[in-house]
Design a protein around this ligand. Sequence first.
Ligand code: HEC
Ligand code: HEC
Ligand code: HEC
Length: 489
Amino acid sequence: MTSSEQKRRGGETMIKGLKAALGAATLGLLAGTALGASPAAAQSTDSDLVTRGAYIARLGDCVACHTGLHGQTFAGGLEIKTPVGTIYSTNITPSKQNGIGNYTLQDFDNAVRRGIRKDGSYLYPAMPYPSFARMTDDDIKALYAYFMQGVPAIEQPDKPVDISWPLSMRWPLGLWAKMFAPAAKAFTPAPGSDPVVARGEYLVTGPGHCGACHTPRGFSMQEKAYDGAGGAEFLAGGGVIDNWIAPSLRDDPVVGLGRWTEDDLVQFLRSGRIDHSAVFGGMADVVAWSTQYWTEDDLRATARYLKSLPPVPKAKGDYTYDASTAEALDSGKTAGMTGADIYIEQCAICHRNDGGGVARMFPPLAGNPVVATDDPTSLAHVVVAGGVLPPTNWAPSAIAMPAYHKLLNDQQVADVVNFIRTSWGNKAPANVTAAGITKLRTSNQPLGTQRGWTASSTNYSSWGLFPPQPYGNGWSFAPQTHTGVDEAK
Ligand code: HEC
Ligand code: HEC
Ligand code: HEC
């Protein structure tokens, strides 16, 4: 038994429901190959398909969006806020009254890969169908089998979108889909590509829809590239979503994953924490509901594919640790270092004077891409609002970062954030102001000049200049974060 298998066994006691099905999926797949030709296997093939579908649902993170806060699994109702009102995820259990029980395979396929509902109207691209468009026919079939046979029907009616007419009309969504969403086309690996990297590309660009957050968006909220061939901006770091920023996943040593090893990535996606980083914000949901359940092989494929993407734009330099900050903090010689004293009083107990944090508990701030990213919104947000490192089956304790909005005034938050951006060798601009923090705290407005989601001062919340404009400034595809509050996991 490899050590990862041992860990898996060890964690099994805590593994409920789907997670147990996952183990069975692996066995089921093996059994499937062995029994494939046997006619007696018809019955079990069907249940194999369902089990496989359950795993694909994990890859696509369907549960995170389609489960309301404290709600029942897949019964929908999670809020997605937009400047013109709120939309809700829908019930995708096989209830004939309230869910998708009447959907044929074709109907289901149309919704998942093309964004078209059974009644012919279009879905908001909050549902990441532009990525799911790349899923294979086999995966869609398995997913369908799972939702029809493996998920209990729940009688919970959908909440109507809370957007008033005329903005509530759905036809512009169809135009949006035609203009911006890639056509449904199953992923095929480039000829001669390494099968592991190709699997990773499929997972990242297809069911995993990582680009939904990690790729910048254009003026109409479309992702600027849906794969590596589509353009340099693919996975180059997204805009602000709910005041979190998904940083670049390209191979840049300062703002990207350049200093992460393949093992780091596997470990991060599985447990949410590695020696030099810890998950938070929207990514915490992704790890908690989705990637922690991925197989070792799939995580490794994902990691290898991400490591194969060159940095964009070209890396501006490397990160080198600068020991002088720690020396100054240790000796108390902090005169003239704005924010240093606040750091010592409030932060150093966990993140340490050397900025190194405590492995797997308190993330380091030295050399952390999240700290170095041009836009400081995420950073300021985690200091203002705090965060909880979610428990996973691989790292079961929840660890919290305190919220500082009551302990520190806005100037002090700005000072300490600027301090960590410019210490220990971090070379980010010290561009956070007290006024920016006030705005972030009181009206949830992101800091900095944003690409994508909240790109400019243009108000896209009405169709205005570029009709039809169902998407734009302030729109979010991200549902409310609900890691840790839900049993459905
Ligand atoms: C990021 C959030 C998100 C994820 C992830 C997501 N969905 Fe959705 N989905 C939505 C939202 C929001 C809607 C409703 C959109 C609307 O009302 O236009 C929706 C709609 C749907 C519909 C249409 C239902 C209907 O009423 O016609 C289906 C089917 C569906 N999703 C299936 C899935 C499956 C299967 C997965 C996983 C492979 C998935 N979704 C993952 C957000 C998501
Ligand atoms: C709902 C939006 C969202 C989705 C979808 C998403 N991410 Fe993230 N991701 C984030 C945010 C926000 C952060 C920054 C917070 C953090 O580092 O934990 C992040 C951080 C990361 C990091 C750490 C980067 C760093 O420099 O610290 C990795 C690695 C990562 N994501 C990989 C992925 C992969 C792989 C996928 C697809 C399976 C994915 N993400 C999907 C929002 C998302
Ligand atoms: C009690 C321990 C503790 C204290 C005190 C603390 N933090 Fe944290 N910090 C954490 C934990 C735990 C996380 C991970 C949170 C998460 O994943 O949501 C974190 C995350 C962060 C992050 C995000 C980095 C990443 O990669 O996840 C930043 C930035 C940060 N803290 C800055 C600060 C600053 C600035 C202060 C002082 C004003 C501070 N912290 C005080 C425990 C602490």
